[in-house]
Design a protein around this ligand. Structure first.
Ligand SMILES: *Cc1c(COP(=O)(O)O)cnc(C)c1O
Length: 389
């Protein structure tokens, strides 16, 4: 393309680059694009971004993001996937696609905090009725469904307090009244829980967590089986302009290669740490779905296949918040920070009473994310900090 007659700017804009013929490697190529090129006007006019049979504009994706969408849909057991710039943006996408002024949505009281906060905002500013329900309600959710109820959010387990909701029972009640069920399936990474086998209509993932695995990317996904639901999500996605960066997409594709092995390693280590904590007099209760004192343990045993690295404990009520804060501060390997699913262990205390409409358990709640360090080192770290109490 470069020639002696062209100026240097033209030469830079039209370098002699073509995808190397005969080159082959494992990774999906990172295709960056805002502008996507059409070979002629007919092809431009025939574009169809909605069914993704052609490429249209960077906002609707490139071969790189189509690849990630396909892989996430496959893990989750769905047919379609739409990417969003964060897990919270994926929640927004579901709310914007399926709710309008005058509608009613039910959100579990133990849902991811910003999901509840978005609900309060939808109510205040957009005329949508948002009601919070007891996550252990099961089939009785039927009594809460109103003629204008359009959507029921579920999350199993809740990512702080760990109750495992009976999602199939909620789905059965919802479907008998024509209501859609969305699941925030982030805790299971789509590995330990297959949402569409249990009646869920719309599954949402914060790819920020296990899919990335690197504590360095924000991304979300909404997965469906039904083409019509996917179309509504795509329309909302287009109207909101929720594009994702292809370098970030690449990092998630890279993370997926090892996700199942990492998830299993987190799971094994977390159960060891939780079992050790359970034996300690300072800890009143271990809130881990694999323990039978975790609400919803039976549902977890029935429907889940694994647990990952996230769980919480309740300290004995004789410990004050100042003491449990000191416990967290004095940990050395465990760092203080939100999110999870990365290789580093984290520990966060929660003021759970202020997050919930109802919360009766006593004792300060502290959440652990067990990373990929040696379990013995993690237990030794917790032990030294408990001893200093
Ligand atoms: C982290 C998280 C989200 C939000 O993901 P971001 O990418 O951080 O916005 C949503 N739900 C759950 C359960 C999460 O843990």
């Amino acid at each position: 393309m470069t020639s002696k007659q062209q100026g240097s700017s033209t030469a830079i804009v039209h370098p002699a680059y073509e995808v190397p013929d005969g080159f082959s490697a494992f990774p999906a190529a990172i295709h960056h694009a805002s502008t996507v090129l059409f070979k002629d006007v007919e092809a431009m006019r025939a574009r169809s971004w909605l069914n993704k049979s052609t490429y249209t504009y960077g906002l609707h994706g490139t071969p790189t993001s189509f690849q990630l969408e396909g892989e996430i849909a496959q893990i989750e057991g769905g047919n379609h996937c739409v990417l969003a710039p964060s897990g919270l943006a994926a929640i927004t996408l579901v709310n914007m696609a399926f709710l309008e002024t005058g509608d009613d949505v039910l959100v579990p009281d133990n849902a991811y905090g910003p999901n509840k906060d978005q609900g309060a905002w939808l109510k205040r500013s957009f005329g949508i009725s948002v009601r919070f329900y007891d996550p252990m309600i099961g089939a009785d959710i039927a009594d809460l469904i109103l003629p204008n109820t359009k959507l029921i959010w579920t999350e199993a387990p809740g990512s702080v307090s760990m109750e495992v909701a009976d999602v199939p029972a909620i789905c059965a009640a919802a479907h008998s009244k024509g209501v859609l069920v969305a699941l925030d399936n982030t805790w299971s990474a789509g590995i330990a829980y297959k949402p569409f086998e249990h009646g869920v209509d719309i599954s949402m993932q914060a790819l920020t967590k296990y899919q990335s695995g690197g504590s360095d990317v924000l991304m979300g996904a909404v997965i469906t089986k039904d083409a019509e639901l996917n179309n509504r999500l795509l329309m909302a996605h287009m109207r909101l302009g929720f594009g994702v960066g292809m370098d970030d997409v690449y990092l998630v594709l890279r993370g997926l290669q090892s996700m199942k092995l990492r998830f299993e390693a987190h799971d094994i280590a977390a159960r060891k740490v939780a079992a050790w904590l359970k034996s300690r007099p300072e800890i009143a209760k271990v809130l881990h779905p694999a323990w039978d004192d975790c609400p919803g343990h039976d549902v977890w045993k029935r429907d889940f296949n694994g647990a990952g690295g996230l769980f919480s404990v309740l300290f004995d009520e004789k410990f004050t918040e100042a003491q449990t804060d000191q416990f967290v501060n004095q940990l050395k390997l465990f760092k203080i920070g939100f999110s999870w699913g990365g290789s580093h262990s984290l520990c966060v205390p929660y003021r759970i009473e202020s997050m919930r409409q109802t919360w009766s358990a006593k004792g300060i709640l502290v959440r652990f994310n067990i990373g990929l360090e040696d379990v013995e080192d993690l237990i030794a770290d917790i032990e030294q900090s408990l001893k200093a109490l």
